[in-house]
Design a protein around this ligand. Structure first.
Ligand code: DGJ
Length: 768
């Protein structure tokens, strides 16, 4: 809900939050409040700044000494009129740096107008405030869209040159919010390849803290999501603000503490994406940023984001659609693609219940390694003699997906030989290679047309139901006309708009060496993204926990891969790898034909279990019950009658302290049956401890040992009980005593390093 009061205040309310600001007599916008939903009057005197005399060394805006922009919480700051904090806009004209001073002229409330790039849900009520700098001859439009149900407010701005001369925009942030002086911490998600989304929390102190990307992609160095929160904010309590940018390129997000302690948060295009010249009458739209606040800790904030992304960001066609369980060929065969191999992998996958087979890199051109063929998107007939459509036919009922990397080009490719000028290059310099490849210049229309045509041919000629769109290097060598980085992103969005409209049923999965472009911009075209090339379940625990701060489980894919893991050589049992991957969009990425019979049975049971509870895993309410030495995740169905708890141990010790798991999201007065899901415990894990109960002449991993393993068929402990939701949530439940070192019995919860349990929680009517 949005209202404008007769006293010049704007009140934006979502279900649980309020955002208030007002027009000052000078025409500047004073930020009044953002936080938990409040009851407002038409004039909220309590919230207005009360300046009575000038703060030392401040500059008054005009002749009123105490009125300095530097000591006011503002909605948007200019440059050069006394607000010395980080400006939201910088402009030049010719050789002159401009003072900017945007002041209110009008406002209207309209259904959300499109910025034209992203296919976001429309119609949400939007407040458009028009500010003007009459001296420069420029208007600034501030857009506030209220997503009432998900408690998110998006902001963006547009600059229009209403003057008679060209204007140069040097920086223009999508959002800034000024908070009153208070103690805060900033949580960011930074990383690198294979180690995406490290959660860092630092106190916000004097000065400016920023995270940014200069890679041309939103990057794995810093995800565009940041969270400003009270120092003692926990999962369940405390005030926290989240900001994300719906954009896939260079960004800068920061928090600045002013000398008086005001905290300014800003987020938007990195100035490297500009400058940009606006001729008379021209307009520049900055990307949209999304804001949310929770007064009930990180979990509450995550729920806002999960609802917002699921309901308003992901492509409409895939909103709440069940995502298939796929087998990806990459770690099973790398570049060694062959029809025979693809058929045997896919047919074995089909017997396991897997629903989609994806041929990853290596199926096209002369792609035998990463040194060639990007750009030559025609099938390698030596590898796939019957082409992709022939392969699809031979895979019988198993749907086919493919991997592509359309933005890239190898110098050893027919495309490069034909169009060497299509790459991003800085004339007079040798190009810099990343993974032996260069980047196509998407700011060129003919490159975009080529890309659309190539994908259209591929998707028309074969029944391809899924495309993994990869992007394995950042952008370099940019010496180009203005706004290049930004125009690259817009070029990409244009291609994706055409393709996703042309092939609405194709499921697109984003990827950039894993999570090097994991952002809301890509998610608005591609409903799922490969979170990381690291498939080590232990690493994934950390990453997936971090991802869920701002992104729902439906939008990141998680694969069960081989053990030892190819990235870390760590060994983790098959069931524990599955338990981690199930909290996300499940896939497999290993040679399924090499699985033993026992493993096949196990995978079949895993896939069946996931399919049975897919809706809960992908779209249920998600809770991080613990992210300490024990990670505990929980998903709860919308009607609160089914829930699954994942309990993950990092490192065992003898005499593990007892656990008590306090759930969330259940109906307090409903009765639930809790069942520990049992899974096989291979005899091998006991090592020589087995000699306490079998003869010494049985050799570990020998024939007798394997037979014994089969015959004994050891399972994890059995546990089942019934309890009311309030007990499970407020008191918690006690799993069986755990042990590392006391052998095996059906009652003890035998835990190993990186081991786990799933507990199925189902509403029942009677205590049976
Ligand atoms: C990087 C991706 O993240 C991997 O999953 C795989 O698709 C390779 N590229 C293929 O080259």
């Amino acid at each position: 809900m949005i209202t404008k009061t007769e006293h010049g205040e704007f009140h934006l309310h979502t279900k649980e939050t309020s955002y208030l600001f007002r027009v000052l007599p000078t025409g500047h916008l004073e930020h009044l409040y953002y936080g938990r939903r409040v009851t407002t009057q038409t004039r909220n005197l309590a919230l207005r700044s009360k300046l009575t005399h000038a703060y030392g060394t401040t500059v008054a805006y005009d002749t009123t000494p105490e009125f300095s922009l530097d000591v006011l919480p503002l909605e948007f700051s200019g440059f050069g009129k006394g607000d010395f904090r980080h400006p939201a806009i910088m402009m030049t004209q010719g050789n002159s740096l401009l003072t900017t001073d945007f002041r209110y002229i009008s406002s209207e409330i309209v259904p959300k107008p499109s910025a034209g790039w992203l296919p976001l849900a429309q119609n949400a009520p939007t407040l458009v405030v028009t500010l003007q700098d009459a001296v420069i001859g420029a208007q600034l439009l501030l857009y506030y869209t209220v997503y009432e149900e998900s408690d998110v407010i998006t902001r963006r701005c547009a600059l229009v040159n209403t003057g008679n001369s060209d204007l140069q925009v040097n920086s223009l942030y999508s959002v800034m919010v000024d908070f009153m002086p208070s103690d805060y911490c900033l949580t960011t998600l930074t990383g690198t390849w294979g180690q995406e989304l490290n959660r860092h929390t630092q106190p916000v102190t004097a000065g400016t803290m920023t995270v940014e990307s200069l890679t041309g992609l939103s990057s794995n160095r810093a995800n565009p999501y940041i969270c400003l929160h009270e120092p003692h904010c926990t999962e369940q309590s405390g005030v926290c603000y989240g900001v994300n940018l719906l954009y896939s390129g260079n960004f800068q997000a920061g928090v600045q503490v002013s000398p008086l302690g005001f905290v300014r948060l800003f987020h938007g295009l990195h100035p490297s994406t500009l400058p940009l010249t606006l001729a008379t009458g021209e307009r520049f739209d900055a990307p949209e940023a999304a804001l949310s606040v929770s007064h009930s800790g990180f979990t509450g904030l995550s729920h806002h984001w999960h609802d917002f992304v699921n309901e308003s960001v992901l492509p409409a066609h895939f909103r709440y659609a069940p995502r298939p369980v796929l087998l990806n060929s990459w770690e099973a065969q790398y570049f060694q693609v062959s029809e025979a191999r693809a058929i045997s992998l896919s047919q074995t996958a089909a017997t396991l219940g897997i629903e989609l087979f994806v041929v990853d890199d290596g199926w096209f051109g002369k792609r035998h390694d990463d040194t060639s063929s990007l750009g030559d998107w025609t099938v390698n007939h030596k590898k796939l003699p019957h082409g992709l459509s022939g392969l699809a036919t031979r895979m019988k009922d198993m749907p086919l997906g493919i991997w592509v990397e359309p933005e890239m080009i190898s110098t050893d490719s027919d495309l490069y030989r034909a169009h060497p000028t299509w790459v991003i290059q800085s004339l007079g310099r040798k190009p810099s290679f990343g993974r032996n490849q260069l980047v196509l210049d998407l700011t060129q229309q003919e490159v975009r047309t080529y890309m659309i045509d190539v994908l259209t041919t591929l998707l028309t000629e074969a029944p391809i139901t899924y495309v993994k769109w990869d992007c394995n290097r950042p952008l370099t060598d940019v010496t180009a006309p203005q706004g290049f980085y930004h125009r690259y992103v817009l070029g990409l969005y244009e291609v994706l708009t055409v393709l996703t409209n042309r092939f609405p049923d194709v499921l697109w999965e984003g990827c950039a060496s894993g999570g090097n472009r994991f952002d809301l911009g890509m998610l608005s075209f591609m409903p799922q993204i490969w979170l990381s090339d690291c498939t080590d379940a232990r690493e994934r625990l950390r990453m997936q926990s971090a991802a869920t701060l701002a992104y729902p489980l439906s939008c990141f894919t998680a694969h069960v891969s081989d053990s030892p893991c190819h990235q870390t050589l760590r060994q983790i049992p098959l069931q524990d790898r599955f338990h981690v991957a199930a909290f996300g969009v499940l896939g497999y990425e290993l040679d399924v034909t090499a699985l033993t019979n026992e493993e096949r049975k196990q995978v079949t049971a895993q896939v069946r279990f996931y399919q049975q509870y897919r809706e809960v895993f992908q779209y249920g309410r998600f809770y991080r019950l613990s992210t300490n030495d024990k990670t505990i995740w929980q998903v709860v169905s919308e009607n609160q009658s089914t829930s699954i708890v994942g309990f993950f141990v990092d490192r065992v010790t003898p005499q593990m302290p007892p656990d008590c798991i306090r759930m969330a999201g259940l109906k307090p007065d409903a009765l639930y049956r809790v069942t520990a899901m049992r899974h096989p415990l291979p005899l091998r894990v006991f090592g020589s401890l087995i000699y306490r109960f079998v003869p010494k002449n049985i050799k570990i991993d020998g024939v007798a040992h394997k037979t014994l393993n089969r015959v004994m068929n050891l399972q994890t402990e059995a546990q089942q009980f019934v309890a009311y939701g309030d007990i499970l949530m407020y008191a918690g439940f006690k799993p069986k005593q755990s042990s590392a070192g006391a052998g095996y019995d059906q009652q003890t919860r035998l835990l190993l390093d990186s081991s786990s349990r799933l507990y199925l929680v189902q509403e029942v009517t009677e205590e049976t």
